[in-house]
Design a protein around this ligand. Structure first.
Ligand code: FPP
Length: 239
């Protein structure tokens, strides 16, 4: 079997983690059990990414649309997030992992916001890998927030319309300062983007697997990375 070429790794991997509910249903379990197993996969994939040398890992953990789920499920997801952050702080510190968030995080419950801020502060000088959690995140909302930011800078005479470039838009997004994802992975076989990183994935390679997120492991991840390494990325230019 071919090995992953460590010199051609994607710099930034973004993942739409989908299928926790279906995993639970297939096993006759409650959806929350699926999310719990999904959180175990998050741990594995974060550790593996760091081990193989991925520089940026961005996970779609909670979308703006996810607020419409039953309150008990939302609460369970927040609890799992709190637990993940508390349990993983040591690992992040030991392995040089910095935590970032993107999304309208002000909507998150106070305890979650506090734990997030604490983890962000404590890991801010780590520089081997950046783990970004998309929380209360929506791609359209992000673009809208960027537009509002740019308009208010124009109104305050800080910039003029001629300053609006692709670079300014990129720098006005929540992901400002991050490279665009090279590889976007989606689990559970749906061929959808689901409002994730709409601006940033213009040239990303997309890998979709039918595997449900709780069953996604190192082997499947390696398969996605090898598949990525076979692609011929031309960014719209002629081959
Ligand atoms: C999709 O499953 C998954 C989510 C709603 C978000 C991902 C959440 C986790 C992996 C759990 C905890 C997260 C962290 C960061 C510790 P789904 O419920 O939409 O699955 P379905 O489409 O099969 O119903």
């Amino acid at each position: 079997m071919t090995q992953i070429n460590s010199k051609q790794l994607p710099e930034h991997v973004a993942i739409i983690m989908d299928g926790n509910g279906r995993w639970a249903k297939r096993k006759g379990l409650n959806r929350i059990r699926g999310h719990r197993k999904g959180a175990d996969t998050v741990r594995k994939i974060v550790t593996f990414s760091r081990e193989i040398g991925i520089r940026w890992l961005t996970l779609y953990a909670f979308s703006e649309e996810n607020w419409k789920r039953p309150a008990l499920e939302v609460q369970a997801l927040m609890k799992l997030l709190n637990l993940f952050l508390k349990n993983e702080l040591k690992e992040m510190q030991e392995n040089g992992i910095q935590l970032k968030t993107i999304g309208r995080t002000a909507r998150l419950p106070k305890t979650t916001r506090q734990i997030l801020q604490d983890t962000i502060d404590k890991t801010s000088s780590n520089s081997d890998m950046t783990l970004t959690l998309a929380l209360s995140y929506g791609g359209r909302q992000e673009i809208l927030d960027a537009i509002l930011k740019i308009v208010s800078q124009i109104e305050e005479n800080k910039i003029s319309t001629s300053d609006i470039t692709e670079k300014l838009v990129s720098n006005s997004l929540y992901t400002s300062g991050m490279p665009d994802p090279d590889l976007l992975i989606r689990t559970s076989g749906e061929y959808r983007i689901s409002n994730f990183l709409l601006w940033q994935i213009s040239y990303s390679e997309i890998y979709i697997t039918p595997t449900l997120w709780p069953d996604f492991g190192e082997n499947e991840y390696e398969k996605a990375l090898k598949d990525y390494q076979m692609r011929d990325r031309r960014f719209g230019a002629r081959g």
